[in-house]
Design a protein around this ligand. Sequence first.
Ligand code: PLP
Length: 441
Amino acid sequence: MNTPIRRFAGLYRDADPLRLHMPGHGGLTDGGLGCEALDITEVQGADDLSCPGGVILESENNTSALYGSRHTFYSAGGSSQCVKAMLYLAYTHRPEGAGRRIIAARNAHKSFLHGCALLGLEPDWLLPGSESPLCSCPVGPEALSGLLSTGEKPCAVYITLPDYLGGTQDTAALAGVCHAHGVPLLVDNAHGAYLKFLSPSRHPLDLGADMCCDSAHKTLPVLTGGAYLHVARGAMAPYEASARQALAVFGSSSPSYLILQSLDLCAAWLDGEGPELIRQTARRAAQLARGLGLPEPAGDPLKLAIPASDYGLTGAGLARCLRASGIEPEYADPDWLVLMFSPLLGPEAFERILGAMPQRRPIPRRPLTLPPPGRMALTPREALLSPRERVRAAEAVGRVMATAAVTCPPAVPIAVMGELISARQAELMAAYGIEYVDVVR
Ligand SMILES: Cc1ncc(COP(=O)(O)O)c(C=O)c1O
């Protein structure tokens, strides 16, 4: 596969023109990073991400063909930008009779809440049947159907799959329910760009989603910030026609060409050795799980969520053991340690992990679960735009959240803006080490 953006940037670097344009490092390689010569801007021939017709469009077309999308739009602003763009598209092209209501699984990333607040959307939460960890929100098609059958028609249904602990759900069934009600399904697939290349594909586009975002940078060899906004073949045409403008509303007008080149190179990798490396890494991760006496990661095979109590520790304690062997995990909380596996890792990395894990010493532990949402006192928009003050989380019970209370990662809010903070939410904030929160003054 050709790599038109990277090719252009390489030719530009080699031609070595006197750069009388942005960025201010002037392409001089002694700028300190070594990549400055390739960090270009919209010079002649470099195309323009906001209205591409040259090398960027060609590269996006390559990626669209790989994913089988109607079109895949590049983002240099991560899934955070794509999530907001999806919400904007869902609202501006809402189904007839729909308003500002959006049905969403509660384990949404904070970018969803920021998007809702900016756009004036009002989430109606899909909650798990019983209490589940902060990062997960298993919801069945029946629960979704029930919510869709009551109240105002929503502009969309929004789910996060895979979640931060690698959990997935029956996306195809959820998509079927949405479409039976004439409502689009949006999927935050930030963690699942690689799912397309498993056999069979587990990518949301192949399971009925209308739009989804993938943080290519999370699981593929792409620089931080590189992401895709996919519009599905079966989705309504206006989503594709307006997506570029929607991304522009929430992104910089100077997207990084280093990130764009990396997305471009990734397309060639996915067209070549990438899929086999992904599947090989999934097999190695499954083998590691078996070696640790854990169930094989099913829905998101490049991620392993280890229950820390199996080792008589907290997630943070388990992370310390790995750090002592020079291994840095993706995420640790009181209950979980999460490891993510790049498809570029070799077999020795997995042996190293096995060697670094302490002896199993299971202890009983009741995992932290997300309490029910607090009562909404203000809309997310009203709360985010209100005057605020910072108070100790322990003293915030009964106050109205002005932002989303999150630890980052996983950036899943315990309480969302507009909610009255409950005592149980405040307790959970303490358990996650959130000391202060912004509340409406
Ligand atoms: C579930 C989920 N959605 C969206 C995002 C935002 O992605 P990005 O960092 O690419 O902006 C993240 C980031 O961690 C995430 O975990």
